[in-house]
Design a protein around this ligand. Structure first.
Ligand code: 6PG
Length: 261
């Protein structure tokens, strides 16, 4: 499958690490991302016979998930051979409105044919959920050591430039020797979280950061400003997203990019 994205808008002052795709409006952006995702899925399926994806919660991705579910243009996603992982999760039960998994179930999971054994919620209400999730991931990938590679990771960004549940000045920022950790404490927006770490995220083949709307502009400008002097994951966590051997693309609509008429 080949694809042609809508032309990226060039007239923005942002310089972010990696690639940027700026669409004229949110609908176009979600379409473009869904198209890229479908192609990556087919490519992974052809090359490796499976498609490992890690999805974020938050409000921004909802229309993207809905498109994958409803829009016939994206039917070619190899759902039967897809493994669905969760980027981060709040430590609440999976019927709590704060649960990313609950939100994913409602927006996507209930309508796709992925076998339940390939859907991997975090067991956040159990003891040591990070250890359990890491063990599950290592088992599925058949990798007792080393870094599993997700084919596609969808990230969002908060107003404080956190991504996943990697909050400024929080404990998880410094973790280099784990795939998954519990993140809690004064600098973590409650409730306590379980999150993928930088090493696991950065090992991915493709990372997509999705930002929609003018409420994201200030944080994006902060990232651009920070990158002039280099990444500072402690204070601007998303700058710690630096793929080791993969791609990073920012998917923005014109409002997020701060483009004025
Ligand atoms: C979450 C994610 C978080 C999210 C950003 C953006 O589960 O909330 O961990 O990193 O992607 O906070 O959230 P919005 O999409 O709601 O703006």
């Amino acid at each position: 499958m080949t694809y042609e994205l809508n032309e990226s808008m060039a007239d923005h002052g942002l310089s972010l690490p990696g690639e940027m795709h700026v669409a004229p409006d949110a609908d176009t952006l979600y379409d473009d991302l869904a198209l890229v995702f479908t192609c990556l899925g087919q490519e992974a399926d052809e090359e490796r016979g499976e498609f490992h994806i890690a999805l974020s919660g938050g409000t921004t991705p909802w229309p993207f998930y809905q498109r994958l579910l409803i829009d016939t243009r994206f039917r070619a996603v190899p759902w039967l051979r897809t493994h669905i992982w969760i980027v981060d999760e709040r430590r609440v039960s999976d019927d709590d409105d704060l649960s990313n998994f609950k939100s994913l179930r409602g927006s996507l999971l209930e309508g796709i044919p992925t076998p339940p054994s390939q859907v991997h919620p975090m067991m956040v209400t159990r003891d040591a959920p990070d250890v359990l999730y890491e063990a599950e991931m290592r088992g599925v990938f058949g990798m007792p050591q080393g870094l599993p590679r997700m084919d596609f990771v969808l990230l969002g960004m908060g107003g404080d430039c956190h991504t996943a549940s990697l909050f400024p000045n929080s404990g998880a920022i410094a973790v280099k020797d784990r795939l998954i950790v519990v993140n809690d404490g004064p600098n973590v927006t409650p409730p306590a979280r379980v999150t993928m770490t930088y090493p696991l995220l950065n090992a991915a083949r493709q990372l997509a950061v999705l930002c929609v709307g003018a409420k994201k502009t200030e944080a994006l400008q902060r990232v651009a400003e920070q990158m002039k002097s280099g990444p500072d994951p402690v204070n601007v966590p998303i700058t710690g997203i630096q793929p080791t051997d993969g791609g990073l693309t920012w998917y923005l609509d014109r409002d997020a990019a701060g483009i004025k008429d």
